[in-house]
Write a protein that binds this ligand. Structure first.
Ligand code: G
Ligand code: G
Ligand code: MN
Ligand code: NA
Length: 253
């Protein structure tokens, strides 16, 4: 994709859609929430993954409008599931550019009001690099979001700038352990020990630990034994359109 105008047109035409990937709560053995993942429906009906257009949307700023649509759509869907009796949360990826917009906190408050979703059922996924660029301003924004009652998760944790200082200073609720660590579990002692250390670190800072990219029963067993809180990955469920994703709400996982 080369043209920003095609992204704007796609947004207007309703060509974006969200897929939902379940997260398993370890202790309960049940799905406790979903991550909303953006896709674009191409003219030939195929699905375009986000890494093909998010970069462009970031550079041009269109990500701000797309991100607003994503947040409202995801929260509205999550609230439908909650009204059907499922006590689930929804995680939404927020790009750096979207987060830095002056009225981002008001946007979030507006989406909660319009969707009816309780604030504590929304988790915003941010990346480490976003936070370290302008830590003072970011701390203020995170505090304002925390005051609304939403949760903050650090996405792809362990792959960014490894300055640990900000972890304690920022009001972060959850760490999402990057799937590159999970992929090497059991095969390389380095990754295995790193995951154990990340879980220990998160626990001491009173954060929830979410492992990404869980693909095998062996990985699941290790992470459950290590007292990871939530698991996400193809073993638990693939990202699927809302109707199909909802099936795992009543099924055993
Ligand atoms: O779903 P998939 O694994 O293809 O996602 C690839 C990348 O795109 C991930 O890093 C994910 O965080 C990002 N991504 C997916 N959906 C969204 C979204 O709605 N907004 C932003 N900013 N990034 C997203
Ligand atoms: O960066 P972020 O965590 O938002 O990326 C989520 C992306 O990871 C989604 O695009 C999703 O398709 C992908 N993903 C989710 N589960 C797995 C998994 O078990 N294995 C692999 N390889 N990718 C996964
Ligand atoms: Mn994510
Ligand atoms: Na991630």
């Amino acid at each position: 994709l080369q043209l920003d105008s095609s992204l704007r047109n796609a947004l207007q035409a309703g060509d974006f859609e969200l897929h939902y990937q379940p997260k398993l709560q370890c202790g309960r053995g049940a799905v406790c929430g979903f991550e909303a993942l953006l896709r674009m429906r191409a003219a030939d009906g195929s699905l375009v993954p986000p890494d093909r257009f998010i970069g462009l949307a970031e550079r041009t700023g269109t990500i701000v409008s797309i991100g607003q649509w994503v947040m409202l759509e995801a929260c509205t869907q999550a609230q439908r599931w909650r009204e059907a009796g499922h006590d689930i949360s929804i995680a939404v990826n927020v790009s750096a550019r979207q987060f830095r917009v002056g009225n981002f906190v008001d946007e979030v408050a507006g989406v909660l009001a319009r969707s009816g979703l309780p604030a504590d059922a929304l988790e915003l996924e941010l990346t480490e690099s976003l936070l370290v660029e302008d830590p003072e301003a970011m701390v203020e924004k995170l505090k304002a979001l925390k005051a609304l009652g939403v949760h903050i998760a650090l996405d792809d944790f362990g792959t960014g700038y490894s300055s640990l200082g900000y972890l304690a200073r920022f009001p972060i609720d959850a760490l999402k352990i990057d799937r590159s660590f999970v992929a090497h579990l059991g095969r390389d002692t380095h990754s295995t020990q790193l995951i154990s250390a990340i879980i220990d670190l998160g626990r001491r800072l009173r954060m929830r630990l979410v492992a990404e990219g869980v693909e095998t029963p062996t990985q699941r067993e290790f992470l459950e034994r290590a007292h990871c809180d939530e698991l996400q990955g193809f073993l638990i469920g693939r990202p699927l359109p809302a109707e199909e994703a909802a099936r795992c709400l009543s099924a055993a996982v």
